[in-house]
Design a binder for this molecule. Structure first.
Ligand code: FAD
Ligand code: FES
Length: 258
């Protein structure tokens, strides 16, 4: 059952500059990597990854425009609309795996770190532009023995992109698979690094979504519906997508460069 439900926000946390987590009760099973369509009354409905999937569900919002600013301003006790969960989530790999999150994409991969019952088989690489945008590091450390961080400006951890950090990690240790979410340019170069090291991956993609449930076609990339066939795809599936890392569709369905 994934119809529309209006829920009361019961917890609100500021995670970093312009990044807010809202939590609410929702009696539905959610898998790591799935997303909700979140309705902000009077404003819009937007896709948001599930950043908490236990009894208390949650979303973590980065303010970019009208809907995300309105969502960030919702107060504890106020109501929001939730449809979903939607999409194909992350599958737990057999053996040791590496989870990579870039920017707000970290929120989407946190449940994939926590799905491992054995903290010694899940390693983590988290990357942000600067330390104030690095979210959920402590939460990741509770679920994994090996968490590395990178910042583009060198304000914390490895100085450079999370892709260069992952390249180093893949040189030192073997993994059965890599799980990732982040900006598409980051995923584009991450896929190259995975191919270089011969590691299969699961990556979560973002496209413009309207229905969120496979009906309207607005989120299509190379014939695949990101909302229903994804948002998580295997690296070898993404490698065949000509639009990946190059172009996306805007609100009107026009193809625009990434
Ligand atoms: C599967 C999925 C999961 C996502 N998870 C998160 C998350 O966990 N946290 C988070 O902060 N953001 C997430 N996003 C992005 C988020 O949906 C957009 O930032 C948001 O819709 C912007 O709306 P706005 O009105 O604030 O900004 P606008 O000013 O309307 O748009 C700013 C930019 O956001 C993107 N965008 C706008 N509307 C949509 C839409 N309906 N679908 C997809 N992209 C859109 C476009 O690139 C647009 O250029 C996710 C997107 C997808 C597709
Ligand atoms: S958003 Fe409508 S088909 Fe994906």
């Amino acid at each position: 059952m994934n119809g529309n439900e209006v829920v009361r926000v019961i917890d609100k946390v500021s995670e970093g500059r312009g990044i807010t987590t809202l939590r609410f009760e929702l009696d539905r099973t959610v898998r790591p990597g799935q997303f909700f369509m979140v309705w902000v009354p009077g404003v819009d409905e937007v896709p948001m990854s599930a950043s908490y999937i236990g009894k208390l569900k949650g979303i973590t919002v980065r303010e970019v425009g009208e809907a995300t600013k309105a969502l960030s301003s919702v107060k504890v006790g106020e109501m929001i609309g939730i449809r979903g969960p939607y999409g194909r989530g992350f599958m737990q790999p057999a053996g040791r795996y590496l989870v990579v999150g870039g920017g707000t994409g970290i929120a989407a991969v946190l449940p994939a770190i926590e799905m491992s019952k054995d903290r010694s088989i899940v390693d983590v690489a988290l990357g942000a532009r600067t330390s104030s945008e690095l979210i959920f590091e402590e939460r990741a450390r509770k679920a994994s023995d090996h968490v590395m961080v990178s910042t583009d400006d060198g304000s914390k951890g490895h100085h450079g992109t999370v892709v260069s950090l992952v390249d180093e990690m893949l040189s030192k240790r073997s993994y059965s698979q890599l799980i990732a979410c982040g900006p598409e340019k980051m995923l584009f170069y991450l896929l190259e690094v995975c191919k270089k090291h011969g590691v299969e991956s699961q990556m979560s993609l973002e496209r413009f979504m309207k229905c969120g449930s496979g009906l309207c076609g607005s989120c299509v990339i190379d014939g695949r519906r990101v909302c229903a066939d994804g948002p998580v795809f295997l690296g070898r599936e993404i490698d065949e997508m000509k639009e990946f890392g190059r172009s996306k569709r805007d609100e009107a369905g026009r193809s625009v460069p990434l």
